[in-house]
Design a protein around this ligand. Structure first.
Ligand code: HEC
Ligand code: HEC
Length: 219
């Protein structure tokens, strides 16, 4: 694990030695910037750097979910994103996966002091699991599924037609959302780009939306 952490932070792995995985994923999380890593079949289709917390459990990988193998994804990041000139060994990749597997989401500051959900978040949880239909795609303890979906955010410029639902854990620790970082708040995500009524045909009232967002900030 320590060896994986070292490789993750090692700028000598990049061409000309000026950046590492941690430049975009500081300490394994996200720097909140968009980049064109050219892995999605196009040019000029910038993607928000995903957080790598929980990443060993949330395959398939990349926003489009085309990458079925985490070791292959890490090799590709070393070769293509960092343009490494050394060939990583299987042991290097295993060590990096051990490091990524050790990353934890911080506890949400929106929970009550006893670690339980606030009342609004509790109401939001019920909506999330029932009327709002979120668990069709964001299920289980990591709030994701292994499938890909069309959710109305596709563009004809994209090579892959669908997206893999990102995990919703640790949203309280992010400032930009969706594959191209177009949303700057959860209000923006659910009020504008990823509206519940567009996904399920069932509109939510303003106060239900507030409850849902209170829940999302707590997980
Ligand atoms: C220039 C910034 C940048 C650097 C450097 C970088 N990444 Fe990324 N990483 C991204 C972006 C942007 C994506 C999203 C790409 C996409 O979905 O098409 C990504 C996606 C990933 C994913 C998939 C995550 C998921 O949830 O699907 C993994 C794993 C990953 N990077 C690991 C690494 C590792 C390991 C390194 C170092 C070898 C690295 N990255 C270096 C920007 C970067
Ligand atoms: C049909 C599947 C589907 C349903 C239903 C669905 N989502 Fe999503 N969700 C996705 C996909 C796919 C993305 C990624 C889209 C993108 O980035 O362009 C996403 C992205 C998100 C994001 C942005 C996360 C981030 O880190 O950028 C949030 C928040 C979210 N969904 C919450 C919800 C909530 C709350 C509900 C219920 C009202 C819901 N979703 C219902 C598939 C779904």
């Amino acid at each position: 694990m320590r060896r994986g952490e070292q490789i993750f932070h090692d700028a000598d792995r990049s061409r000309d030695g000026w950046f590492s995985c941690s430049s975009c994923h500081p300490g394994g999380h996200t720097n909140g910037q968009t980049f064109d890593t050219l892995n999605d079949g196009n040019h000029d289709t910038y993607k928000l750097t995903p957080s790598l917390r929980g990443v060993t459990r949330t395959g398939p990988w990349t926003w489009h979910g085309w990458q079925q193998s985490l070791p292959a994804s890490i090799r590709k990041s070393l070769h293509d994103t960092l343009s490494t000139e050394s060939t990583p060994t299987d042991g290097d990749i295993r060590a990096m996966i051990a490091y990524l597997g050790s990353l934890r989401h911080p506890v949400s500051p929106h929970l009550r002091a006893d670690g339980q959900l606030e009342d609004a978040a509790r109401r939001g949880k019920r909506l999330f699991e029932t009327r709002a239909g979120c668990t069709d795609c964001h299920a289980g303890k990591d709030y994701t599924t292994a499938a890909t979906y069309k959710v109305g955010l596709e563009s004809p410029r994209l090579f892959y037609p669908e997206f893999n639902p990102p995990s919703l854990r640790g949203l309280h620790d992010k400032r930009r959302f969706l594959h191209d970082g177009r949303a700057r708040s959860l209000e923006d995500v659910l009020g504008k780009h990823h509206r519940p009524e567009k996904l399920t045909g069932k509109p939510l009232s303003k106060s239900q939306l507030d409850d849902l967002i209170a829940y999302l900030r707590s997980i």
